[in-house]
Design a protein around this ligand. Structure first.
Ligand code: NZQ
Ligand code: ZN
Length: 393
């Protein structure tokens, strides 16, 4: 096990009616003027936004509202949010929505706390992020894990570049997690969220650090639990217990617990972000479209690791390590298909791409070939092209 430090400071209010505590809790974090951010309108339609507004009003908290965050959230919208939050002198930023809204709120909080800096400079590393302000979320979808994670992902639409920023300052102060708020989700978003949660755990499980650790056991239990409850929630999206399990696993899968003592890989996320930046595809779908190709490209580096995954997750206990490894990859793709998720570019809806596009994507995620991504099998430009090629059908 490698040395680690771990801090997951987000206060979690979990369960039915969690969002009704929004005013009381925001006050505890020093909020008096709340800047609320939401997405394309699902929270207006469901009545959630009005409910939160009523809570704030009856507690005497002032607020302003900005709606319109799109999935694969845009930098320009976050910049607008910074301007508006500054002009209303907000002292707490509240996301009502999913990962796209929460990541936008993280960007707004960083921008408000650093008014002289363009927020994209934090994402490129040009300016180190050293301070932020209090922010939190009312979560409406179990997926990205942004409600507790140290990361935030934005799309710079001028560059066609989707990029993540990792910083402890991305950890929200508070998360209101009421599984009932997910009951209005379309089936596709439930499935994309489920697969994203699995991938956050798998991208940490496939690591070059050897050893049979507690972290592995947590990861295996989490993946199995998500699979079991996915099969219930995908049929009955209003199953409270199944959605509770998925929602809680969503946070644990990305708050860092499943990477303690080892290195995380995350190459499929980086390869997938380039599909999001170029084609605006749904995040979870970009991952399932690539995972099998990545796995087939890298599993020979450590077939035993893939064989253990196959055995612990899918119950495959016969055959050589190589055979079990390959069977585990097939089973994973079968599960993605069961969830109606894509396993290649055509199923993803972007069609077969030219070699020039594959090279462009590989250039984007390896900084024109100067970087390698991931650590299980460090992916250089040539490897990235090959993985995209394998998925390009
Ligand atoms: O915008 P509205 O109208 O709210 O509709 C949203 C959106 O269309 C809809 N939705 C959300 N909750 C709903 C609902 N519709 C009906 N009822 C509800 N209760 O779902 C759609 C997708 O929303 P989005 O916020 O994009 O989903 P998700 O949570 O999957 O977030 C995806 C974004 O997070 C990033 C992804 O790259 C992507 O940009 N990620 C962020 C991470 C982080 N910060 O730690 C980690 C992840 O790996 C991921 O990269
Ligand atoms: Zn993800």
């Amino acid at each position: 096990m490698q040395n680690f430090t771990f801090k997951s400071p987000t206060e979690i209010i979990f369960g039915r009616d969690a969002e009704l505590q929004v005013a009381e809790k925001i006050r505890q974090y020093g909020g008096h003027r709340v800047f609320i951010v939401y997405g394309g309108g699902s929270v207006v339609k469901s009545g959630l936004l009005a409910r939160v507004e009523r809570c704030l009003t009856s507690s005497g908290l002032a607020f302003e509202v900005l709606g319109g965050v799109q999935p694969n959230p845009r930098l320009s919208f976050a910049r607008e949010g910074v301007r508006e939050a500054l002009s209303c002198k907000a002292d707490f930023i509240l996301a009502i929505g999913g990962g796209s809204v929460i990541d936008t709120v993280k960007a707004i909080a960083h921008g408000v706390a650093n008014p002289g800096t363009d927020i994209w400079d934090f994402w490129t590393g040009k300016t180190p992020l050293t301070k932020t302000m209090p922010f939190g979320s009312v979560l409406t979808i179990a997926a990205a894990g942004s409600e507790t994670s140290d990361s935030a992902v934005l799309t710079n639409e001028e560059l066609g570049k989707k990029a993540g920023l990792n910083s402890e300052l991305n950890r929200p102060a508070i998360a209101f997690m009421n599984p009932e708020l997910t009951f209005t989700l379309p089936k596709k978003q439930i499935a994309c969220g489920i697969c994203d949660i699995m991938m956050h755990t798998m991208e940490r499980y496939f690591t070059p650090i050897k050893g049979n650790s507690f972290t592995d056991l947590v990861a295996e239990a989490l993946i199995r639990n998500v699979i079991d409850n996915a099969r219930i929630a995908i049929v009955n999206r209003k199953d409270y217990d199944a959605m509770s399990e998925i929602m809680w696993c969503g946070s644990i899968s990305h708050n860092g617990v499943t990477e303690l003592g080892r290195k995380k890989d995350f190459s499929v996320h980086k390869l997938g972000h380039e599909l999001g930046g170029r084609f605006d595809v749904t995040h979870g779908a970009s991952l399932t479209a690539l995972w099998g190709s990545w796995a087939r490209y890298v599993y020979e580096d450590d077939p035993e690791r893939f064989a253990r995954y196959a055995e612990r997750i899918w119950g495959i206990d016969s055959g050589t390590a190589e055979e079990r490894a390959r069977a585990g990859i097939r089973k994973t793709e079968d599960f993605f298909r069961e969830m109606d998720m894509p396993t290649n570019f055509t199923e993803l809806g972007i069609g077969v791409q030219t070699e020039a596009v594959l090279e462009y994507l590989a250039d984007m995620c390896t900084a024109n070939g100067s970087n390698k991504i991931g650590c299980f099998h460090p992916i250089d430009k040539k490897a990235a092209i090959e993985i995209y090629r394998m998925a390009n059908k």
